[in-house]
Design a protein around this ligand. Structure first.
Ligand code: F6R
Length: 609
């Protein structure tokens, strides 16, 4: 998730681009840059770091012009650096591009372009666009962009500017957002509305597969096959603060609603076209190393630890490897048994959590191969690990982790399936069925989000309560822990996550009508056991909110309220079950008027022990 801005008109482009980038900084902030047409040349300024560093560079080396493009980056390919910052230019330095998204076939395209003499200056997938368009250019920029887009597989929001078409910007969209803003004799382009709101409220939302050609006096939109598209202009009614949150009241709610896209991005390029194989180039283990692994050790904190707990179930079940898991703050003080046969998986959204980093170093120093699962390219755990698998969730701003968690779960499933595939621990047919189920998760998540109003109403029940229990078993024991963590950290209502079978060893004493129980009871090996636990709660006059599967005709006979999630295989239910629990926590906290995005005493990244 990066931020893109483009401008063509009569005003000072630098000012408009910088202003727009600042409004989009929530989309990414590891580097920023812009390209402006200045006296027949492309003036490029780019810097690693926040937008203020770019502004400082522009003070030292000013640029002036009325056509330009800008970018604030959230790295996906290539660490944050001046060279990897956008815009990227072609060999001749006559064309510049900015891009948001992931190009899956960029390595093959890059090799082919290098074979034809193109010189690359960065490690990004984006630079491929600049050279590909250059290779197709024969006097018509629009035709060259379309020809390049036809060769690219992946997601993109792209803006192209060229000295050979000085009065034009060309933009294209496939699975990454782009809006066009319309002013008087000026046009804007941006990843999101806040970047243009100071200048215009008239916008057009570009759709997948569309290309826009912007001139000062208007915009022409076509599909890739050249068919003209006509689209009504929308008038934005939000104020600037709401626009930054995509119209949502809080970043947390926005991020909950971004999960279908985040999960889709995390899957992108990791499943073969025929749906039979998992490909994880980030996991740098040779076949010999893969078969030499004798155990897995997972290290993480908080929500990431809960993702690791689900990972333990998945890896043990599918890849038949023993998995041990530790909260990072405990691992570092217990002299753990780690050797060359250990695959250590370190999970961290930020990649900067101090305890998790210490765990990583301990595992690495003892000879383990360290695989980092992180959302931040170039973070400490990314740099220090042997292998890295990214969760492509985009920046997570709310302190309470939501989209990072579900994408971590997705990476755990992919890792388990990959280990099973490479170690031959499950029949191909069974693996293919699971891959098929994994691919449905993003759209199933969308289905849950479409029913969020019902969860909103349920949350009203929590207005008067001070304590709650979250119960789950098997692979959904971590779901209970995560549901309880979400509720307590943003609503300050005490919530205890428990393995349902353990309830009678203590927490059952808490049950009263004022202490509701949230029970995850989805079809699978422990379903009947969960029903028994729900009955135990009901027998003590407890109120039960169950999370169950669509079409389950039993659950409502026992629970007071039932939240339905789409059916999937039991192992994958934690991703789907997490979403209503996030929404429940969110609406409870909102009803209570809490500071949801920045709960008291908490920090987004815990960089001290
Ligand atoms: C809870 C939450 C925290 C983090 C934990 C680890 O909603 O966000 O529990 O999961 O602080 O952070 P990372 O993943 O950045 O290492």
């Amino acid at each position: 998730m990066c931020g893109i801005v483009g401008y063509i008109g009569p005003a000072d482009a630098k000012h408009i681009l910088l202003d727009g980038l600042r409004k989009l900084e929530y989309r990414g902030y590891d580097s920023a840059g812009l390209a402006i047409q200045q006296a027949g040349e492309l003036a490029i300024r780019k810097r690693q770091g926040k937008i203020d560093r770019l502004a400082g560079e522009l003070d030292l080396a000013p640029v002036e012009g009325m056509v330009g493009i800008g970018h604030t980056r959230w790295a996906t390919h290539g660490a944050p650096s001046d060279d990897n910052a956008h815009p990227h230019v072609d060999c001749a330095g006559r064309m510049a591009v900015v891009h948001n998204g992931i190009i899956e076939n960029y390595l093959a395209l890059r090799e082919s372009l290098e074979g034809r003499g193109h010189q690359f200056r960065s490690e990004t997938d984006t630079e491929v666009f600049a050279h590909l368009i250059e290779s197709h250019y024969a006097g018509d920029l629009y035709a060259a962009v379309v020809a390049a887009l036809r060769e690219v597989v992946g997601s993109y929001a792209l803006v192209v500017m060229s000295l050979d078409a000085p009065d034009t910007l060309i933009a294209a969209r496939q699975h990454s957002p782009l809006i066009l803003g319309h002013g008087e004799q000026e046009q804007f382009i941006a990843s999101d509305v806040p970047a243009v709101l100071a200048y215009t409220r008239k916008v057009t939302y570009l759709q997948n597969g569309e290309v826009a050609v912007l001139n000062r006096d208007g915009v022409r939109i076509t599909r890739l096959d050249g068919t003209e598209v006509s689209r009504d202009i929308s008038i934005v009614a939000w104020d600037a603060a709401a626009a930054e949150k995509g119209g949502y009241k809080h970043f947390m709610l926005k991020e909950i609603n971004e999960q279908p896209t985040a999960l889709e991005e995390t899957l992108r390029g990791r499943i073969s076209e025929d749906g039979a194989q998992i490909t994880l180039p980030g996991l740098k283990l040779s076949p010999a190393q893969l078969s030499a692994i004798s155990r897995v050790l997972i290290i993480a904190c908080g929500t990431a630890y809960h993702a690791g707990l689900v990972g333990k179930y998945a890896i043990e079940q599918l890849a038949r490897l023993p998995v041990e898991i530790d909260v990072a703050s405990e691992l570092r003080y217990r002299d753990p048994i780690i050797d060359e046969g250990t695959l250590a998986i370190v999970i961290s959204q930020s990649g900067e959590t101090a305890d998790t980093q210490a765990g990583l170093h301990e595992a690495r120093d003892k000879g383990a191969h360290v695989l980092a699962v992180t959302n931040v390219v170039g973070s400490s755990v990314d740099r220090d690990a042997d292998s890295v698998l990214y969760t492509y969730a985009g920046p997570e701003i709310a302190v309470a982790s939501t989209k990072a968690y579900t994408t971590q779960l997705m990476v755990m499933y992919l890792t388990a399936l990959y280990l099973a595939q490479e170690r031959g621990t499950m029949p191909d047919e069974a693996r293919i069925q699971l891959i098929d189920a994994v691919r449905r998760i993003p759209s199933q998540t969308q289905t849950i989000l479409e029913g969020q109003e019902a969860i909103h109403s349920l949350a009203d029940r929590f207005d008067e309560i001070h304590s709650s229990l979250f119960l789950g078993r098997g692979v959904n024991f971590p779901t209970a822990l995560e549901g309880a963590l979400k509720l307590k950290e943003i609503s300050y209502i005490h919530a205890e996550g428990y393995a349902a079978g353990e309830m009678k060893h203590g927490p059952i004493a808490l049950i009263t009508p004022q202490c509701p129980t949230v029970a995850v009871a989805v079809p699978g090996g422990v379903y009947d056991k969960m029903l028994s636990n729900i009955k135990e709660v009901k027998a003590r006059a407890g109120h039960v909110i169950a999370v169950g599967a669509e079409g389950d005709g039993e659950l409502h006979k026992y629970a007071d309220d039932v939240i339905r999630i789409p059916r999937t295989v039991e192992l994958f239910t934690p991703v789907l079950a997490a979403v209503p629990l996030q929404l429940l926590a969110y609406y409870c906290a909102d009803n209570l008027g809490m500071d949801i995005d920045q709960p008291r005493n908490l920090a987004k990244s815990v960089t001290v022990e």
